[in-house]
Design a protein. Structure first.
Length: 262
């Protein structure tokens, strides 16, 4: 007689915890490599390294890589896709699966990215170079801080697995606006933008990456906000009216922008 596996058994919960922990560790390695990939530090391959190919081919490959990452990152975050994924992946592992596939998409980008080494700008003064370098690291610091101000481990799927291991019921999302979230609605995205654009030596390849990822960030933020309005309702609509999306703006400018889109 075949016995159905208990999805809440000790073995199942342990397997889920190992899976989510592995996904989280892969993410950490990937984000650390991304810092080196964009900044050209430590890692063996970065935005401007590697054999050169004809620029039309290089630009095409790079654009396809950005589009592939953007589509995966946006589609998997939608509620309809999560419902579909629930037929194959336990709810507690859904976020970890999203994080894992996003990490794999970034790894593919690292591997296949083609350098375009034409210089767009080169900052010469030492003070300006130092300033842009500091901004680069401050951008990554803001990325890390933005995740810690909300729920870092929940954002990357580890908390869900820990709760399942402990047999703790999943809690409903809570709307909070700690610290930087009172300045912009998405400080995480602001940190990425600073890190992607702050460089004393901007090459064509780096510029393509920065432009492509900037476009994705604003498109992704648009879809994310639609989901947040559905989740939190009028409370999030008021938040949108009071605080700018990504770039810090005065409240009067935020209100004017909202009226333009209405």
């Amino acid at each position: 007689m075949n016995r159905k596996k208990d999805p809440n058994s000790l073995a199942a919960r342990a397997a889920a915890l190992v899976y989510s922990t592995s996904c989280y560790l892969i993410f950490l390695c990937t984000i650390l490599y991304l810092i080196g990939f964009v900044g050209g530090v430590v890692v063996p391959k970065h935005l401007d390294s590697g054999p050169l190919v004809d620029w039309p081919l290089a630009a095409t490959v790079n654009c396809l890589l950005i589009i592939l990452f953007s589509v995966q990152h946006t589609v998997m975050a939608r509620k309809s896709f999560k419902h579909w994924l629930a037929a194959f992946v336990p709810a507690a592992a859904e976020r970890s699966t999203y994080v894992l596939l996003s990490s794999l998409m970034l790894t593919l980008m690292f591997w296949l990215w083609q350098p375009l080494t034409l210089t767009v700008w080169q900052v010469e003064p030492t003070w300006a170079t130092a300033l842009l370098t500091v901004l680069f690291w401050l951008g990554w610091g803001l990325v890390a801080l933005a995740t810690l101000l909300i729920s870092h481990f929940e954002l990357f799927g580890l908390k869900q697995a820990i709760d399942r291991w402990r047999n703790t019921p999943q809690q409903a999302p809570v709307f909070r606006t700690p610290w930087f979230y009172k300045v912009v609605r998405h400080p995480l995205y602001l940190g990425f933008l600073i890190a992607f654009w702050a460089t004393p030596h901007m090459t064509a390849g780096h510029l393509l990456f920065a432009v492509g990822m900037t476009i994705y960030i604003f498109i992704g933020a648009y879809f994310e906000e639609k989901d947040l309005v559905v989740l939190f309702g009028e409370r999030y609509r008021r938040y949108q009216q009071e605080v700018s999306m990504v770039l810090p703006l005065p409240k009067s400018s935020v209100a004017a922008q909202r009226k333009e889109h209405e």
